[in-house]
Design a protein around this ligand. Structure first.
Ligand code: NAP
Length: 482
């Protein structure tokens, strides 16, 4: 008989017990992935104290030495690559190849930021004055809170944790309650790598029981949050009231523009990939496709045909393209927007239902769904669904398509499919989004460049790449007469 594993929180280098909550497989809720200890305000206080106490020694350790710890973390994750990916598919539902891609990305993120330990430079410029040397060095911010969502349950925690640590900060992480295990695997690797006690702390539990006390914790100097606009905006108000350094990455309603001159098949493949893979649960997923009138009917027909070929099911099985929604709440959100889409636009061209049958009844599966001729001002075209529900809109020409693409309050990612170089550059300069792709899916970013949105999607410095250092470190400026 197999016993269910209980995963504990990690505070001051110790594994800490408590009451638990369940982590179930969204493809089959009979499968209990594990029990996680439910953190409390007292746990947050203990972690904050530990992180504050550990800050002095960690922040003064030479950067390359901190980097060596991060290289070790990457090696440990690499050794456990297969099992970490399988756990991710079980807890989050994405297909096993997608989970492997994500774990590989987390490993690469640790190696990338480990290298920063030896590179991290400040600023040095000539003074106007004689025999004055002036320069600015980077210093860590202090104790940082990291609050993460469920859709990239390893990569997002990794792209906050690795730069925070390499800059010399100490951290407290709160993962999403529906997928805490993948984030915990990073913390276990930090423990195994010998990162000193108190530097890394991890507390699973709800937003109200762990998230709020974390944002209120006295020693906290900064908070990095990724998640919904709703929670992000509340957190912003709370964190800015006490003048924390804040970084928020939130929702998207990302457009892909398809022009008549696009490479037709690649424009179909890119949109199917960006709209439906990972069950449409990528923050950079395409949820609106804006198609130039001249090819609209042919493109829509091809999109529907390509979508018919997608298989939905348990992501552990080979040949599955689309896994389940993360939970019942997200499934119901999808169904609600499908109903709205139906009311606003009539029958979907494909999909529109919860999947039923022996392979689906114990999970949260929905058909990939396409609505056509969607009015750009309608609810379906304006609000984030965060599921495999695509709105197709007709545009008379490029300028009209740009106007539609920019007509929403969010601005995370935006894509264009065109072979016209001049249109591509027009798009690059005019698109109101932080992440742009040309002739690629709107989703599928790497870690070496800044990541983040604009407008209501984001607040504060960007994540990833060299830009990450701007949030996790500050400058100390020195004028020296010699
Ligand atoms: P969410 O509901 O906002 O949750 C995000 C995190 O915030 C979770 O850890 C959640 O904890 C926590 N939280 C909830 N209430 C809190 C509070 N009062 N104080 C502090 N923390 C609190 O978002 P989600 O459903 O996990 O993720 C989906 C959303 O994330 C989508 O909108 C998507 O677009 C966005 N997203 C954005 C990006 C980006 O880079 N822009 C990337 C990925 C996802 P619990 O899990 O315990 O509720």
């Amino acid at each position: 008989m197999s016993t269910t594993e209980t995963f504990r929180n990690y505070i001051n280098g110790e594994w800490v017990d408590g009451d638990t909550f369940e982590n179930r497989n969204p493809a089959n809720t009979d499968d209990l992935v594990g029990l996680h200890v439910k953190g409390s305000a007292a746990d947050v206080e203990a972690a904050a104290k530990a992180a504050e106490a550990a800050f002095g020694a960690w922040s003064t350790l030479p950067g390359p030495a901190r980097g060596n710890y991060l290289f070790k973390v990457a090696d440990i994750l690499d050794r456990k690559f297969e099992s970490i990916a399988a756990d991710m598919t079980r807890e989050e539902g994405k297909t096993l190849p997608e989970a492997k891609g994500e774990v590989r990305r987390s490993i690469n993120i640790f190696r990338y930021f480990a290298g920063e330990g030896s590179r991290m430079n400040g600023i040095q410029v000539p003074s106007e004055r004689d025999r004055v040397h002036m320069f600015a060095i980077r210093k860590p911010v202090g104790v940082v809170g990291l609050i993460t969502p469920w859709n990239f349950p390893s990569a997002i925690p990794a792209w906050k944790l690795a730069p925070a640590l390499i800059c010399g900060n100490t951290i407290i992480m709160k993962p999403a309650s529906v997928a805490p295990l993948s984030a915990l695997r990073l913390i276990e690797a930090c423990h195994e790598a010998g990162i000193p006690k108190g530097v890394v702390n991890f507390i699973a539990g709800s937003g109200s029981q762990v998230g709020d006390p974390l944002v209120d914790a006295k020693p906290l100097k900064a908070v990095s949050f990724t998640g919904s606009c709703e929670v992000g905006h509340q957190l912003h108000a709370r964190a800015s009231a006490r003048r924390l350094r804040i970084q928020l990455e939130m929702g998207g309603k990302n457009p892909t523009i398809v022009l008549a001159d696009a490479d037709f098949q690649s424009a179909v493949d890119n949109v199917v990939n960006a709209a439906f893979f990972s069950t449409g649960q990528k923050c950079t997923a395409t949820s609106r496709v804006i198609v130039e009138d001249a090819i609209y009917d042919r493109y829509l027909a091809a999109l529907v045909e390509a979508t018919k070929k997608l298989t939905v099911g348990d992501g552990m099985k080979p040949g599955i393209h689309i896994g389940p929604c993360i939970d019942e709440k997200q499934l119901n959100t999808n169904l609600k927007y499908i109903e709205i889409g139906h009311r606003e636009n009539g029958e979907p061209k494909i999909g529109g239902n919860r999947l039923k049958g022996p392979d689906y009844d114990k999970g949260f599966f929905v058909e990939p769904t396409i609505f056509a001729d969607v009015d750009p001002s309608s609810t379906l075209a304006q609000e984030e669904v965060f599921g495999p529900v695509l709105a197709v809109t007709r545009a008379s020409n490029f300028d009209h398509a740009m106007e539609i693409a920019n007509s929403i309050p969010l601005g995370l990612s935006s894509s264009i499919q065109t072979t016209n170089l001049s249109r591509a550059f027009d798009f690059i300069y005019r698109a109101e989004a932080g992440l742009l792709t040309v002739n690629l899916p709107s989703a599928g970013v790497e870690y070496q460049l800044p990541f983040g949105g604009t407008k209501d999607s984001s607040f504060g410095p960007k994540e990833q790449g060299p830009a990450a250092l701007e949030f996790y470190s500050d400058y100390k400026t020195i004028y020296l007469k010699y």
